[in-house]
Design a protein around this ligand. Structure first.
Ligand SMILES: *[C@@H]1O[C@H](CO)[C@@H](O)[C@H](O)[C@H]1NC(C)=O
Length: 499
């Protein structure tokens, strides 16, 4: 009985939210239908490297450049003030603050009740699936070996945008995307068993290839060579303490209560002992850590999307999600990390998932969810302010902010240039139309009644939640080549590698 309740409540919440917004089914187009050319055979899905140094304009340019087709998001203010209310910032979990915390970073005051402090992730499910590791992709990426030799290893954190198999090996995902012959996931690059929530490569795959390193094995893969790094990202991971979600919010992707960022940190500690620093004394271990690039992938999709339509205010989600991300960064620094890239959040309100959950009255001119994007802006602002603070506190640590928001709009506002035809439409999705996005939360990519578009590289969204390989390529290109990192990506790459 209890079990039934546990399962049914989120379902009811989901159904109710869909029932409440029946207008979704008839809302007008987000983007004009692109010229269809069914006679043309699908093109080579390999992304073509665009070369334009002006691709990623500074934010203030956004208004001027926006073409009529996809207006920029209605940000409440062009440059909203730096994060206010530091007093409501919930205290970081567990560890005490570092000794030299300056005055600007006020001591975190009392915790709001609904945000319990030390997040305790539930133990991972026991039933590991016996899935063979995916093949290495045959084709090198356009970034192949660009920064070869700069780092000996990469250690990645994040959610489904970065996970290369942990969630799959844990068997916790609610949608089947791999291990099945008919699965459309991985179809562009890896074939079945890609263990990635995309049709092909993720940003992290492009990054490791640029460093001349093999694809990152997921930590949960039992037989793997962890010499050149590990991927600790978990699809479905949340930053916010999980119990917030257990009662109120809807469930997707992850069957039960999702794992969180703190699980990833636990895994990291084990990885360091069992692999990275195995057989090394403390000094040698510190030296070793200097040769590692730490990649803190975006974490928040699940937090924000789950909260839409629930009683949880999105802005409080934003504040907590930053707090946990920053706590992860702080722990890595305290542990000796010298090179860290932190991804900001892209406009999650533009995911077909979030659009479909947002009533029309709460959408912006381009059709994205205004409430979600407003919260994402808050998240990104606080995150950047904190990272700036950490750069001052720890001058010997290079901390790069990968501006996913900026990169996303640099691409979307120049969609034609990148041969993107569909900005909001889902490539792999429901044929039973719920709206013009080819997306139906009850019939997601891979389930019956869904189909795949003929050329994923013309789409931004693969399945309504995750980008296509092509979009992941363009995002990486923006980070590396078009100024969407702060400080520039090259600053990290030109730093001499420790001997
Ligand atoms: C693991 O990978 C490293 C680097 O690619 C290589 O040198 C080493 O021989 C590999 N170890 C095993 C056991 O395959």
């Amino acid at each position: 009985m209890t079990k039934f309740k546990f399962i049914s409540l989120p379902l009811i919440v989901m159904l109710v939210s869909l029932t409440l917004y029946p207008a979704l089914a008839h809302k007008k187009n987000h983007t004009p239908p692109p010229p269809q050319d069914p006679s043309q055979p699908p093109q080579d899905p390999k992304p073509k490297p665009p070369r334009d140094p002006k691709d990623c304009p500074p934010p203030r340019d956004r208004k001027r450049r926006s073409p009529p087709r996809t207006p920029p998001p209605q940000e409440p203010k062009q440059d909203p003030p730096p994060p206010q209310e530091p007093k409501q910032d919930p205290p970081p979990p567990q560890d005490p603050p570092p000794p030299q915390e300056p005055k600007q970073d006020p001591p975190p005051p009392q915790e709001p009740k609904q945000d319990p402090p030390p997040p305790q992730d539930p133990p991972p499910p026991e039933d590991k699936k016996d899935i063979p590791p995916p093949d290495e992709p045959k084709k090198p990426t356009p970034f192949h070996n660009r920064f070869k030799g700069r780092f000996e290893a990469v250690i990645a954190f994040g959610d489904s945008y970065t996970d290369t198999g942990n969630a799959q090996f844990l068997g916790g995902l609610s949608i089947s995307f791999s291990g099945s012959l008919s699965s459309p996931y991985g179809s562009t690059t890896f074939g079945k068993g890609s263990n990635r929530l995309s049709d092909g490569r993720l940003v992290i795959d492009f990054i490791t290839d640029s460093l001349g390193l093999p694809v990152l094995p997921p930590y949960q893969q039992t037989v793997a060579n962890f010499t050149t790094g590990v991927n600790l990202a978990i699809a479905g991971a949340t930053t916010v303490a999980n119990d917030i979600f257990s009662k109120l919010a809807r469930v997707f992707l992850w069957k039960g209560t999702p794992l969180g960022i703190m699980t990833e940190l636990e895994w990291y500690k084990k990885y360091q002992i069992e692999h990275l620093c195995k057989g090394l004394d403390q000094k040698a271990c510190s030296e070793k850590i200097k040769t590692v690039l730490f990649w803190v992938g975006e974490i928040g999709i699940n937090d924000f999307s789950r909260a839409v339509g629930s009683k949880i205010p999105l802005k409080s989600i934003a504040k907590s999600s930053v707090t946990y991300t920053i706590e992860l960064v702080r722990t890595l620094i305290r542990n000796g990390a010298k090179n860290i890239v932190v991804q900001g959040l892209p406009p999650l309100g533009c995911l077909p998932l979030d659009i479909s959950l947002t009533p029309i009255s709460l959408r912006d001119r381009s059709g994205c969810s205004l409430i979600v994007n407003t919260a994402v802006i808050v998240h990104n602002q606080i995150l950047q302010a904190k990272l700036e603070l950490y750069r001052k506190l720890f001058p010997d640590v290079t901390i790069i902010y990968a501006d996913s928001w900026k990169a996303y709009y640099a691409i979307v506002n120049n969609a034609k240039k990148y041969q993107i035809q569909e900005v909001h439409k889902t490539c792999c999705g429901s044929t039973i139309k719920q709206d013009d996005m080819n997306f139906n939360i009850q019939s997601m990519c891979g389930s019956s009644g869904t189909s795949i578009c003929s050329d994923p590289s013309k789409y931004i969204s693969w399945d309504g939640i995750h980008p296509t390989e092509s979009m992941n390529y363009h995002m990486t290109d923006q980070y590396i080549n078009h100024g969407c990192c702060h400080p520039p990506f090259d600053e990290l790459m030109k730093k001499p590698a420790p001997k």
